[in-house]
Design a protein around this ligand. Sequence first.
Ligand code: HEM
Length: 249
Amino acid sequence: MSDTPTDGVTYGSYLALDELLALQHPRSAHPDELLFIVVHQSSELWFKEILHELDLLIDPMQAHEPEFALFRMGRINALMRIVSAQLSALETLPPQHFAAFRTHLGSSSGSQSVQFRAIEAASGLREPHFLHALAEHGAIPAIVQGALARPTLQELFLQLLRRHEVELEALYMGDRPSTLFFLAESLLEYEQQFGQWRFKHVQLVERVLGPLTGGTGGTLGARYLARTIDQKFFPALWAVRAKFYGASA
Ligand code: HEM
């Protein structure tokens, strides 16, 4: 009998657990450093899955399939909630414990997370200050370049509306919400979830480092991060709300 590709597959081999669980290398003897590494590594795994889902979202958006796009957005939003929730584990890290191993981080910093930048770029950040900050660290990684080359989520959504010959404002009229309305709201939910990660992260940084301590990446720390909260992926979806109150976009 010939071997089938699934012969001998076990839980450990399928998930490559030997490799995965050998990837945590605390550099100090402090017992809390493992938690710090695990939360970062698992966040990066979820970032990988979010990027994958953002890629998969392009097709239904371009193929005019709002129901399927909605399905994808539901998953992306669930993933964002998980990534935020993970930060709670680090809220149990007292400042004196972090200080005991922080020197071992050198100049490494979350601001060098290539996947985080790719998510921001794919979602829609294109402002000059964002592009400038990317270029400051040398050549822009291929994954971020790829994300910058694709249409933003807002562009994809507005294109979808045009194909359906619907104005954005029209989604917010009347008492009977349409599928396109729910898709718009799920995009806004994504923006909110992303903002909540940013806010929770700033609070974590203030809690662990204090509000004025600079970061290992060379920024002003919490003061820098607080300024990033206002960045928007969907300015059109925020602007449409103001129309009901007499303000122009
Ligand atoms: C004790 C926990 C943490 C501390 C003290 C901390 C501290 C900081 C600081 C100070 C910055 C600003 C850049 C710098 O100068 O270093 C930063 C940025 C960042 N951190 Fe954290 N962080 C923590 C946990 C995490 C976790 C768990 C993640 C998940 C991957 C993460 C991801 C990021 C990202 C993506 C940025 C860039 C944000 C931006 O520029 O908008 N951090 N962090």
